[in-house]
Design a protein around this ligand. Sequence first.
Ligand code: ATP
Length: 518
Amino acid sequence: MADQHDILKKVISHSKEYGFVFQSSEIYDGLSATYDYGQYGSELKNNIKEFWWKAMVQMHENIVGIDSAIFMHPTVWKASGHVDAFNDPLIDNKDSKKRYRADVLLEEHVAKIEGKIQKDVNKGAKKFGADFDETEFRATNPNVQRRQAQIDDLNKRMEQAFSGDDLEAIRDLIIDMEIKCPVSGTANWTEVRQFNLMFGTELGSVSGESATIYLRPETAQGIFVNYLNVQKTGRMKLPFGVAQIGKAFRNEIVARQFIFRMREFEQMEMQYFIQPGTQKEWYSYWKEARMAWHNALGFGSDNYRFHDHIKLAHYADAACDIEFNFPMGFKELEGIHSRTDFDLNAHQEFSGKNLTYFDPEKNERFVPYVIETSIGLDRVFLAVLAASYKEEELNDGTSRVVLRIPPPLAPIKAAIFPLTKKDGLPDKAREIMRLLQFDHSCQYEEKDSIGKRYRRQDAIGTPFCITVDHETLENDTVTIRERDTMQQERVSISKLPELLGESVGMKKLLNFSTTVSK
Ligand code: ATP
C-alpha cells in the first residue's frame, strides 16, 4: 500500500501514463509550472466544470453565468488594487538559493505546532478511552496549553506584521521561530521583498504607442465590470449571482506540487450581489453550501476543513478557505470572501460610471455588497485524482490500480468489449456503443484478454465494463461489471440506458443542493 508521502508521486506518474496530465512542451523539456490535460484529463476536467456550473447556475434560479475576455482595460487592475497590492512577500535562503513565500513558511510552522497538539490529543484519547473529553483535555493539558499559547502569539504577531505590510517584522518572525530552509537546513535568510504576481504584456496601438495590459490574475473582475449589464438585461433583483469559469494567470514565486500551483490555471468563481448589511448571513450560507458541494463527491468530510484568514485581502471583511487533505497535507482548495462593496465602489470611482443598483422596493439606489466563492478547477482535479487513486490487493493474489472517481465525473462512463474479434461480436458491441454514446462517453476495446481490459479501464476510473459474448447474440443480454465491487451481472441490453443513467448521471451528485437551507 502506498503511504501518503508517495501518493503524490504516484498520482503524477499515473496521470502521465494514462493520459490525464502531461508536462507542457515536454519535447522541449517542459515549461515550469505549466501543464496540459490529455485525453482523459480533459474529460475529467470538463465533468468537474459541469458539476460546478450546474450546481451553481442551473440549480439556482437567481444565478446566471457569463464568459468574459481574459484581456481587460488596464485601469480595471488599478481599480481592483492588483497593480498596487497583488504581491506576495518573498524570501530567499542564501545557502540553498531557494525562494519561498514568507507567509507560507509561517503558516506551515503553525501547522507543524497544530500537528503536535493533535498528536497529544490522540495520545490522550488512547489513554483515557471512552472517558476522554477532548475540550477539557485541550483546556488543561500543560503541553497543549504551551503549544496553543505559542500559536496564539504567533498568529497575533503575524496579523500585525501582515496587516501593516511590515516586511521587517515578517522576517523577524521567521528568525524568531527558528524556521529553517528545508533544502539547506539553515536560517540564513535574505530580506523579505514584495513581488507582484501579474503578467504584463504590450498591447500595440495604431499610433505606435503601446500600453501595458495584464493577463487576468482572477476571473472575478470580468464579473464586476459586467454586473450592471447582467442585472439590467436579465432584470435581476438582489440577491443574485453571476458565475464564470475561465483561465487566470499568476507569476507565482514558488510554483510546485504539480497542478496545485501553476502560473496558468482555471478558476470557477461566483460573485453573489446582496443588500449591504446582509453579508454575515450570506457568507455563512455560502460556506455551508460550498462545503456541501465538496462533500457530495463522497471523499469523506474528514478530508475538508475551514481555515479562517488572519491576513485579510485588501477587499475583504471576512474570508476563509475550504482546505482539502491533499497528499502534501491540508491546503487551500477554495476561497470564500466577503468582498463588501470594495470592487464596485472602486470601479465606480475609476470609470466615473454610476454602478449603483436601484432597489424598487426601498425606492433607493446603493452599491451592493458581494460574497465571492472562488475555486481552482485544477486543484479540484488534483483532489479528485489523489482521493480516487487506490492500489488494491485482490482475493486471487493479484493487485490492481483503480481510480475510484465519482462515476458522474469519470472520463469514460462505460467500456464495451466484444469477447472475441469474431462471430459478429464486434458488430454487436458497436451497436451497444451507438445506443449509449448519445448520453455517455463510451469506449470500444477488443484487444487483449478481458482481464487486461478490465485493468486498463480500472486505471482510468471507468465505472462500467460491458462484455458482449455469444449468449448476447442469442438473447440480447450482456455482462456488466462494476468498477469498485468488481461484481458482474447479466442484464438485457434494453436495461443499459436506465442503469447507466442512474449511476453516472450528474443528477446523482447534484441532489445535495436541496439539503442546504435558505
Ligand atoms: P494560495 O494562497 O494557494 O496562493 P490564493 O488565496 O491566492 O491561493 P485565491 O486568490 O483565493 O487564491 O484564488 C481562488 C482559488 O484559485 C484558490 O482557492 C485556488 O483553488 C485557485 N488558485 C489560486 N492560485 C492558483 C494557482 N497558482 N494554481 C492553481 N490554482 C490556483
